[in-house]
Design a binder for this molecule. Structure first.
Ligand SMILES: [Zn+2]
Ligand SMILES: [Zn+2]
Length: 353
């Protein structure tokens, strides 16, 4: 019996999200059926709902920061049982065969991972061929792509770790951040605030760069030791060559040349924001100090579990504002104005009430 599912969906690029019902596949041998309790609201959701990063297929149920409780498991599932606290992030499947999948970095799957929403479903099982995300009361996911949420993490504040958390954790680990590292974070939003907390917990000296001092107190509370306003030319000059790693979370088109000057020799700037236009980069400041600009995309399943366990050990979760499902359109409007500290999380359980 397919699983009757209630959701909020976008029906067109220029329409608000509205209530929507559809069916999930019945759990197969390797599947976990999850009662969704909370779903974080990521900027990518808004882009997808509005077809801003390629044309979406409608109706589209966004949401890839899912936290909930196991409702049923298939016969091959050994890692999870009914009642377990679990999460699902940006991926629900991948080819499982390519070099990236074999190495556990499924996000770089060569034929492409299956996105939690708007992806071509590799499993099928209902007439649904396009995956639908977490703005819904249930989801059926292959056990390989289900994460265990440690007991000490609250489900609501843990939900955004599945995208915002892992997206920042992965490059911090990959570039070896630890005690003594000097890390700068550009932009204190959903991603940025997690980068500050995680880098601080790893032992780094963290600086936040922002366009105003509105969030200075928040940055310090999260562990940042320094705060820089990036239009302050003197302060920027004084910070030249100070950082080993810059986590750049800005998704709007922005000026990066002055920020590259902040990198020490062999320093790297990690681009995490999805800018839709090119950014001018000059060769001289790069070659002069052997600096690098790199990208990074979410994280693999194994690393996502490692991140959740790390957060539990260090008592880290997201700063959230919980909303009801029917407040999602208003939340999108506020996100566009960066009016959220620091992630909206939808209380999906109220959808089932
Ligand atoms: Zn996301
Ligand atoms: Zn693959």
């Amino acid at each position: 019996m397919p699983i009757a599912t209630r959701a909020f969906a976008a029906t067109a690029a220029d329409k608000p999200l509205t209530p929507y019902s559809f069916e999930r596949r019945d759990p197969g041998p390797d599947d976990v059926l999850i009662d969704i309790k909370y779903c974080g609201v990521c900027h990518s959701d808004l882009h997808a709902a509005r077809s801003e990063t390629g044309r979406s297929t409608y109706p589209l149920v966004p949401g890839h920061e899912i936290a909930g409780v196991v409702k049923a498991v298939g016969s091959n599932v050994t890692r999870f049982k009914v009642g377990d606290r679990v999460g699902v992030g940006c991926m629900v499947d991948s080819c499982r065969e390519c070099a990236s999948c074999q190495e556990g970095v499924e996000q770089y799957c060569v034929p492409g991972f299956t996105g939690t929403y708007g992806g071509k479903d590799r499993k099928g099982g209902t007439d649904q061929t396009i995956t639908q995300g977490g703005y819904s009361d249930h989801i059926t996911v292959d056990q390989h792509f289900v994460l265990s949420i440690p007991d000490s993490l609250p489900l609501d504040a843990a939900a955004p770790l599945l995208c915002a958390g892992i997206t920042t954790y992965s490059p911090l680990k990959e570039w070896g951040v630890g005690p003594g590292s000097r890390v700068a974070v550009i932009g204190l939003g959903g991603l940025g605030h997690m980068a500050v907390k995680l880098a601080t917990a790893m032992g780094a000296e963290v600086t936040v760069l922002s366009t105003s001092d509105r969030k200075k107190a928040d940055a310090e509370r999260m562990g940042a030791q320094h705060f820089l306003i990036n239009s302050d030319k003197d302060a920027m000059k004084a910070a030249a060559e100070k950082f080993d790693l810059i986590i750049n979370t800005v998704s709007a088109t922005h000026e990066i040349a002055s920020h590259i000057q902040l990198l020490a020799r062999d320093g790297t700037m990690i681009m995490l924001g999805l800018t839709t236009e090119g950014l001018p980069v000059f060769a001289l400041p790069l070659l002069w100090r052997r600096r690098r600009i790199a990208g990074s995309l979410i994280g693999g399943i194994r690393e996502t579990q490692e991140m959740l366990d790390f957060c539990a050990r260090h008592g880290i979760a997201c700063d959230i504002e919980t909303i009801a499902p029917d407040q999602i359109n208003e939340a999108y409007e506020r996100m566009e104005k960066s009016d959220v500290r620091y992630r909206f999380v939808i209380d999906m359980a109220s959808l089932a009430a």
